[in-house]
Design a protein around this ligand. Sequence first.
Ligand SMILES: [Fe+2]
Length: 265
Amino acid sequence: MRSVQLLHLTDPHLFADEACELYDVNTADSFRAVLDSALAGQVPDAILVTGDVAEDESRDAYLNFRRALARFDGPVLCAPGNHDAPETMAATLAGDGFQYCGAADIGGWNVIVLSSHIRRHPSGRVARDELERLDASLASRPSMPALIGVHHPPVSVHSRWLDGVGLANPAELMQVVDRHPQVKGILSGHVHQEVDVMHGGVRVLTTPSTCAQFLPHTENCVMDQRPPAYRRVELQPTGALVSGVTWLDDWRASKPVRDTRHGPF
Ligand SMILES: [Fe+2]
């Protein structure tokens, strides 16, 4: 058994019109720049995308996402974010390696992708049927190390405004996780910043967006000047998990990113 290389991308916020910007960042350009960097070296075995793929809920935004990833041959596992349109996303991101939610055996790891989407609401909740699906998947593969992908992180990020639009039922999710010691990590997005904390034996990671970032530890929304980013995760056969974030240091936003104190939600 060899290690598995997973690429974690999150919060691309793509539009049907690729000229559109979010917080003064052209999200199609920044997504392509991230892929150029992330796929230039060692090609990952799989890509996990934890939501907010589309900003405008359009079918064309998801088709733009597919087109940008056409250069990658492996599985692309996708969770919906609060900005996504789950039905459109599920219909568009299917086939040719694309998968909406569900689970996949990635090199001997059980990678389970959950929905935390609540229609027209910025907060998240992992619904009872999703919790039951998670529990059943973990119970049926107790000897496989497991990784969970879900848009809203199940931990506080110590920003009052972001915690206010976080996961509504983190304890319910973690109760399921805690019943299955093979769960080694949870990968999330939503907070547009890097978090790396332990919950018992489970590493909880968030990854900055492929477009604009939020400044950590603020009362209200303040945009961070940091560039687009992505995360590499090495999943080792022993169940160990090695991970780090890469920021696009050569990225230059077309315009300075402004502060948005009223918040984006
Ligand atoms: Fe987002």
